[in-house]
Design a protein around this ligand. Structure first.
Ligand SMILES: [Zn+2]
Length: 107
């Protein structure tokens, strides 16, 4: 099976158009860790239990909350292409809950 690839321009992760059609300005994209768990980017601590801590190595991924496809930021920044790294379940379970908390915090 061929690797799915999102559309991206200028090596900029914020310009991703996900394979499913989602964008930052449509349903939004969420910064996540290497397991696809949304990371907490806020200033205050502690990190909400549903979210992941900001990765110490800054190895960030971009999660599409619409379909669960995850892209690796470093690949996009280096190559200007956005292959799907892996896919997570965004309809149920801990990542779905983390997405809900993420939007609650950012609204
Ligand atoms: Zn998507």
């Amino acid at each position: 099976m061929a690797t799915e690839t999102a559309t991206v321009s200028g090596h900029d992760v914020t310009t991703i158009t996900c394979v499913c059609g989602n964008t930052v300005s449509k349903d939004g994209l969420i910064q996540a860790n290497s397991e696809g768990v949304p990371v907490y980017g806020g200033e205050s601590t502690p990190v909400p239990p549903e979210l992941a801590e900001w990765p110490a190595d800054e190895d960030l991924y971009t999660l599409c909350p619409s379909c669960g496809r995850v892209y690796r930021d470093a690949v996009i920044e280096e190559t200007g292409t956005a292959p799907v790294a892996f896919r997570v379940n965004v309809t149920a379970g801990p990542i779905a809950e983390a997405i809900r908390v993420h939007w609650d915090l950012s609204s």
